[in-house]
Design a protein around this ligand. Structure first.
Ligand SMILES: Cc1ncc(Cn2c(C)c(CCOP(=O)(O)OP(=O)(O)O)sc2=O)c(N)n1
Ligand SMILES: Nc1ncnc2c1ncn2[C@@H]1O[C@H](COP(=O)(O)OP(=O)(O)O)[C@@H](O)[C@H]1O
Ligand SMILES: [Mg+2]
Length: 567
């Protein structure tokens, strides 16, 4: 026996890092602390890029955006209890958006937690995560780390992507085992996101329906952007001539000025279409649940989605097409006879005429350059600068700052617009911007409402610390929705009032970034051009008319009515 030869040892920390590396995880977004500080150190030392944040929600949003952009699960790392809970909002948001990510959180001593003896940061995190995520797992033995990591990554990325929670108690991280035996517990995923092909009869049913349509319409959702089947989508749209409307994060799948885009005739398109093909888009609140009067009450729906349970969620689906978008479009191309599907010219012309009218109206509004500066003027300046630099990512959140930017800033390349998504969540701004810059190396412009910016603004220090090419453009109208609300009682600020005089541009100077203050569209153009040319962190505080904007932007109808409040 070779008893005197010391066996090589490993521990939980090393097995987590080895398992992540074995499965091509190259970046971790997190905030350190007990019990995972050494896990972050070891990951970095072993070549995994570690991006340290100031708040776990922002690290989680970054991991989610990384998952959406790369089709590989983003990985967030947090401490126990409060750190875990801070990350959970991003993990839940990723699950809602169908973005693949894994949140790994350290947790406290099981025997103390389970008897509620009052451990440091005591919480049953596995139970707390369950209702908000696609799946939640706990690793209770060091020899299960490899299995746990593989299972979490596969669950996040396969089928409908989503957020997965992986709980690793401190004791497991600190456990020691034989290195050779430990290596045998690790496995590399094989085909973690298998293609899911549609049934031929389902394809034929959809082709029949599209071929018979008088007024067909395709709706492209962020699932279609995520699928990275860009050429197939373009080929399907252009070969059939069917008009399409892109949801906000599907903008750029085909360039927004594409002749078949019905985005600028959206209301007519939804109201009159008789056959609607949803491609990676849910008939949820963003699409008025498929209900009249937004939609034609006689419309028939085709739904292309990897999740079978999505069918009939809001409207009866006449042609369910269950599968991954790439496989579905391949099958459609294969089984459609030449000329079998051709959108009637009359329909295309009708939409084209309405688009031309609406584009002309918008052009008029964009030409105006009133003082004080309005959203439109500032956003047109941003649009023109980005238009000349199509590789630039656009991150966007707020209410008016979101809704007006979505309509003014058109996109020309896929997956370059990241916004508040299905939940309409505030706080994604800096996290998404950091992930886009870290994952792509390309410049990022984050167009933020002044309130929205406040949710993640401390990450300006993170952006400066990693010297990221992120330019934050704040639409500073001095308030949530507007800056001119009044408090009828006394001189305390009203609930929606923020500071119009706030000098957000000085904030970034505190961390070595470049700050600009713009009061006219020309100043926005100059500042953004210079900031992007510098390639470094910058912030442009655009001073917007405080009376500009409407309550909740374009969704003010969602506010409950009740009796009129106040006087
Ligand atoms: C996490 C979170 N908190 C609060 C809200 C409510 N909310 C809030 C607070 C918004 C900010 C609107 O103010 P803004 O300055 O960002 O944008 P505009 O003034 O341009 O409308 S938009 C919106 O829906 C939210 N969606 N998400
Ligand atoms: N690769 C894929 N193939 C097919 N469907 C997908 C794929 N990835 C995501 N999806 C689906 O795309 C849909 C995204 O819809 P949604 O988030 O509502 O988009 P949007 O908000 O842009 O309309 C989800 O139902 C999800 O199951
Ligand atoms: Mg505002």
């Amino acid at each position: 026996a070779t008893a005197d030869v010391p066996t090589e040892l490993t521990d939980g920390y090393h097995l987590v890092v080895d398992a992540l590396k074995l499965n091509d995880v190259d970046t971790i977004y997190g905030v350190v602390g007990i019990p995972i500080t050494d896990l972050a150190r070891l990951a970095q030392a072993q070549g995994i890029r570690y991006i340290g944040f100031r708040h776990e929600s922002n690290a989680g949003h970054a991991a989610a955006a990384a998952g959406y952009l790369t089709k590989k699960p983003g990985v967030a790392l947090t401490v126990s209890a409060p750190g875990f809970l801070n990350g959970l909002v991003a993990l839940a948001n990723a699950t809602t958006n169908c973005f693949p990510m894994v949140q790994i959180s350290g947790s406290s001593e099981r025997h103390l937690v389970d008897l509620k003896q009052g451990d440091y940061e005591e919480m049953d995190q596995l139970a707390a995560a369950q209702p908000f995520v696609k799946a939640a797992y706990r690793v209770s033995r060091v020899e299960d780390i490899g299995r746990g990591i593989a299972r979490a990554l596969r669950t996040a990325i396969s089928g409908r992507p989503g957020g997965v929670y992986l709980d690793i108690p401190a004791a497991v991280l600190g456990s020691i085992m034989d290195a050779e035996a430990g290596a045998r517990t690790l496995s590399r995923l094989v085909d973690p996101a298998p293609r899911q092909l549609p049934a031929p009869e389902a394809v034929d049913r959809a082709i029949e329906l599209l071929a018979s349509a008088e007024r067909p319409l395709v709706v492209l959702g962020k699932g279609a952007a995520y699928a990275q089947a860009d050429a197939r989508i373009r080929q399907f749209i252009e070969s059939t001539g069917i008009p399409y409307v892109p949801m906000s994060m599907a903008k750029g799948l085909l360039p927004d000025d594409h002749p078949q885009s019905a985005a600028t005739a959206r209301s007519m398109a939804l109201k009159k279409a008789d056959v609607v093909m949803l491609v990676g888009a849910r008939l949820n609140w963003l699409l008025s649940h498929g209900e009249a009067p937004s939609w034609n009450p006689d419309a028939k729906f085709i739904q292309v989605d990897i999740e079978p349970r999505e069918m009939d969620s809001n409207q009866p689906i006449a042609a369910p097409l269950v599968g991954d978008i790439e496989s579905v479009l391949d099958a459609l191309a294969e089984r459609t006879k030449p000329g079998q599907i051709a959108a009637p010219a009359a329909w295309r012309e009708e939409l084209g005429a309405r688009s031309a009218q609406n584009v002309a109206k918008m052009a008029e509004r964009l030409k105006a350059d009133p003082h004080p500066m309005q959203f439109m003027g500032a956003l047109k300046a941003v649009r023109d600068v980005i238009h000349a630099r199509p590789e630039t990512y656009l991150v966007n959140e707020g209410a008016n700052a979101l809704d007006i930017a979505r309509n003014v800033i058109d996109m020309h390349v896929p997956r370059h617009r990241l916004d508040s998504g299905t939940w309409g969540v505030m706080g994604i701004g800096m996290g998404y911007a950091i992930a886009a810059a870290v994952e792509s190396g390309a410049p990022v412009v984050a167009v933020e409402g002044d309130s929205a910016f406040g949710f993640s603004g401390m990450e300006l220090e993170t952006i400066c610390r990693y010297k990221l090419p992120v330019v934050t453009v704040i639409m500073n109208n001095g308030g949530v929705y507007r800056g001119d609300d009044v408090n009828p009682l006394d001189d305390a600020p009203s609930p929606t009032t923020l500071m119009l005089a706030a000098r957000h541009d000085l904030m970034i100077e505190a961390f070595g970034g470049k700050g600009y203050r713009a009061t006219t569209p020309a100043e926005v153009t100059a500042a953004l051009t210079e900031a992007l040319a510098s390639g470094g962190p910058a912030l442009i505080d655009c001073v917007i008319d405080p009376s500009a904007g409407t309550e909740s932007g374009h969704i003010s109808h969602l506010n409950p009515k009740g009796i009129t409040v106040g006087n």
